[in-house]
Design a protein around this ligand. Structure first.
Ligand SMILES: [Zn+2]
Length: 293
């Protein structure tokens, strides 16, 4: 019996234990995603700003910088370097009561949030797809969307480095037996980019302001390339519904004026994650609304 067969058998016989291991792996992977969320935008900015500054550094140093593993984890307030026990997902945040042990600077709530969410995504992937390649693909795509959501929420930008490769890989995967067939993936990617570009054009003509940024068009193309037209439509519905609800709530409770920009990426990413795990149900529910039960 091969190792993969053993793993599948273990998963079938020890479901509870397997899900617990999956959730644990997910929270650990979440700490890595935190690093990506903080360092990738900085890294991209550095490379754009001063190309000469890397001239003196060794290849190994540059490589470890690109792998996002250097410098080691530290407090952004006082540069206190984190001991291993201060770097345990979720537990360290609770044990430190959300403050740096050296300078008492508040640690961003984003760290435990991303760790908990990634753990939940791993659990969701195993629960929905079992111990299969589909679970790995679903989890990977959901993690990408999670990273994009947090970067866009903080910086109001979505790095091309995250969206463009995901579009091409998604299209290529569809050609060799990915989650959707090639015709659906191509249609999904083109429509994702096209629909949002069109909405933005209409918005621009009517209000003379940009509504939905280019980063969002590419993000929609990623979702279309991986989930097809059906998954894309489901994601867009969730995104527009949640986006307008939150926008409305902000105007009502925080008296933010209508013009202050709210990034669309987090809502679109949220729609994409829901479409990955509940796509079929979402499509049925929506069709039920139109056609009737
Ligand atoms: Zn500190």
């Amino acid at each position: 019996m091969s190792i993969s067969e053993l793993a599948v058998r273990f998963f079938e016989q020890q479901q509870g234990l397997s899900l617990a291991i999956g959730a644990l792996f997910g929270t650990l992977f979440g700490s890595f995603l935190n690093v990506v969320i903080v360092r990738l935008p900085q890294l991209l900015e550095d490379t754009e700003d001063n190309t000469e500054s890397t001239a003196g550094t060794s290849v190994a140093a540059q490589f470890s910088k690109w792998l996002l593993i250097s410098p080691p984890s530290h407090c952004p307030g006082c540069s206190h370097r984190l001991a291993w026990y201060e770097n345990v997902p979720l537990l360290s945040y609770l044990a430190l009561a959300g403050k740096c042990s050296a300078c008492r600077t508040a640690i961003s709530l984003r760290y435990p949030m991303v760790e908990a969410l990634t753990g939940a995504l791993a659990l969701l992937a195993l629960w929905r797809f079992g111990f299969t390649a589909g679970a790995a693909i679903g989890f990977g795509l959901a993690c990408l969307l999670l990273v994009i959501a947090f970067i866009d929420a903080e910086l109001m930008t979505i790095p091309d480095m995250l969206t463009l490769p995901a579009i091409w890989v998604g299209l290529a995967a569809s050609a060799i037996g990915g989650p959707v067939t090639a015709d659906r993936a191509i249609l999904g990617a083109v429509c994702g980019y096209g629909i949002l570009a069109l909405i933005n054009a209409v918005y621009l003509i009517l209000t003379h302001r940009q509504g939905i940024g280019r980063g969002d068009w590419k993000l929609a193309a990623v979702i279309g390339a991986w989930l097809g037209l059906q998954g894309l439509i489901g994601s867009l519905i969730v995104a527009f519904l949640t986006g307008s609800l939150v926008g409305l709530a902000m105007m009502l409770f925080f008296s933010r004026d209508r013009r202050s920009a709210v990034p669309f990426g987090p809502f679109l990413a949220c729609g994409g994650i829901i479409a990955i795990f509940f796509g079929q149900g979402l499509a049925n529910w929506y069709l039920g609304l139109i056609i009737g039960p």
